[in-house]
Design a protein around this ligand. Sequence first.
Ligand SMILES: Cc1ncc(COP(=O)(O)O)c(C=O)c1O
Length: 393
Amino acid sequence: MPGFSTRAIRAASRVPDAPQPPVNVPIYQTATFEVADAAELAGLLSFERAGHSYTRHSNPTHAALEAAVAELEGADAGLVTASGMAAIHALVMSVLRDGDDLVIPRAVYGGMVGLTGSVLQRSGIEHRAVDTTDPEHVEAAIGPRTRLLWLETISNPTTAVADIAALANLAHARGVLVAVDNTFASPALANPLALGADFVVHSMTKYIGGHSDIIGGVLVAAADRVQPARDVIITAGGNASPFEAFLALRGLKTLALRMERHSANALSVARALEGAPGIARVLYPGLPSHPQHDLAVRTLRDGMAGGMMAVELAGGRRHGEQFLDRLRVAVHATSLGGVETLVSHPASSSHRQLADDDLAAAGLSPGMVRLSIGLEDEVDLIEDLVGAARQAG
Ligand SMILES: Cc1ncc(COP(=O)(O)O)c(C=O)c1O
């Protein structure tokens, strides 16, 4: 009879038979998977055989989430990663080589500015940042070694809307692939692959997770484009945890409902803030005053415009800071896409990598605050935000 420790380890590792499928995808919280022989393991490690060998390579909870997001985005395959940045990094490293370059929007998430200006530049990959709302600027920026055009469906934080269909046509005509960060819209509001994009990434930390309690990313594309990105994750690390994949799966189930409420609340808040005392400008794609309002209506589902807006305080940086201090319902924190309204000041947080000139070029100003409108009662949000702007002004 084996000793107690041996029996305990065996007994506690026995996977139960579960003839009735669970309603929710189980969390396969395991680093590794048992194989029958060396040939099976070799087949799994080289992806010649279906199944799982080691969670850095793949895991059933990840696979369920990858299939779900791929289906919702209209893609063949997906790759779940430890963060949105891990997905972005895996994508760009799978496409670009030393000497290549990529075109990015001037108005883009600060983490992308950080990645292009540091890791990519050190790897010999150059970038050009242009106003992607003007196709002529994009055309002019594409050179002989340009391999990738980077877009955000709705840009962070200025909410510029990308004309994905027109820019994908233009890029493809020059042999350039198109990747779209669809984080602000979520798959419930936009499907960039259907508009011609080759890759879609999400920070699942935001709307897909939806509760500000996970960090995760996902990349979807044709299967032969996902595998090279998976190879980057396998060799450099950056895989997600099964628990976070489980929470992201749970988030997907209520995504459509949450996006409806985020969009309805945000439209009401945007209308209340536009022209209110202390407010110079409201940038929300759902407002007719937004520079790409018509494009937003064409691009985003059912007239919804999501929960993100940029608000310019009339009194510049000082009033921006005072506004944040006076909020009682909205929470001053970085990140976005959660059930709670989150407010941040890009110039000192998400876009801190940008010098003042680059901030201005990206359409940002020191007094601009970013609002991620949550699911609270609309009247409480309006009172809080309009009141804080009045007191700051
Ligand atoms: C548009 C966008 N893309 C990507 C990221 C990066 O995501 P993560 O923080 O999950 O790495 C963020 C984070 O704020 C974002 O706003």
